[in-house]
Design a protein around this ligand. Sequence first.
Ligand SMILES: Cc1cc2nc3c(=O)[nH]c(=O)nc-3n(C[C@H](O)[C@H](O)[C@H](O)COP(=O)(O)OP(=O)(O)OC[C@H]3O[C@@H](n4cnc5c(N)ncnc54)[C@H](O)[C@@H]3O)c2cc1C
Length: 281
Amino acid sequence: MASSQSTTAATTSGQHELLIIGGGVAGLTAATFTARAGIETMVINDGETVLRRNAHLENIPGFPAGVNPRRFADMLRAQATRNGAEYQTGTVTELTGSAEKGFTATITGGQASSDTEREADDESKPTRELTAGQVLTASFPDADYLDEFDIDIRDTDGKQYAEAGELGRTGVDGLYVAGRLAERYHQAVIAAGDGAEAAITLIHDNDIPFYNDWVAPEGYWTDRGREVPPGCEEIDPTEQRARQEAAMAAMQEYFAAPHDQQQRTFPSLVDDERNRLDWEP
Ligand SMILES: Cc1cc2nc3c(=O)[nH]c(=O)nc-3n(C[C@H](O)[C@H](O)[C@H](O)COP(=O)(O)OP(=O)(O)OC[C@H]3O[C@@H](n4cnc5c(N)ncnc54)[C@H](O)[C@@H]3O)c2cc1C
């Protein structure tokens, strides 16, 4: 956890099965899958997903009239943590190690309770280290910390893209990449799907041979004399109703009022004469 030591003395503040670097659309979707698979998952995020700059998100599945992008980003994070992932803010500046020895990430910036507090930008906060057996990176547009590894990085227009192999693998054992960082199409649904794909690949690589994260009604497999497959669950009608009610209550809370966070814009426009940091849509 947080330490009061100086920025020069990194403290090892935790050991995790999986570190996800980047808590945007791809990283948080991946975290939901890995945490639900029982892999102890820590997400480190250094600021805002670019999705928060969108004005109204109209092409994400499941929202016929669109959705406020900041609300959607909040809900992605809530979904990951509700399913058991941990989340901290901070910037990963260095990554070393291997699947054999374990990976160590050096992190600067503070562990804010909310990424909108942007404490991750505060470099006076202590430097800390986290270790993990595996790493999934989705830190668009920053791949500087991957220098140590034999992964091609394409640098263009101030943005970096990391070469992804098949299904999110990188060619480095235990290290996966997803989302826009892997140069996938710049759409939220693609980033989410790509995060899920890399996560399921990682789950398979953890020796779970066949894996579907499904919730099915009671008897779906067992009434046919079959075992409930790994990652799947059967629930009875009472449990089904309880989950539906909890979901309805949560959605009513999320959408009870307009989102209170101001729209941010492209960083180079922020300090211009229109003072667009304070611009509201
Ligand atoms: C103005 C605008 C409007 C858009 N509108 C739409 C739209 O209408 N529909 C649509 O589908 N898509 C839209 N997009 C695109 C969509 O937002 C992206 O494709 C999607 O967010 C990519 O997801 P990602 O997880 O790869 O990256 P992001 O969601 O950006 O997440 C990357 C995360 O990594 C973090 N990070 C970066 N470096 C580090 C580091 N070193 N350490 C720790 N964390 C790090 C970042 O802070 C960020 O939170 C829009 C984008 C913009 C800019």
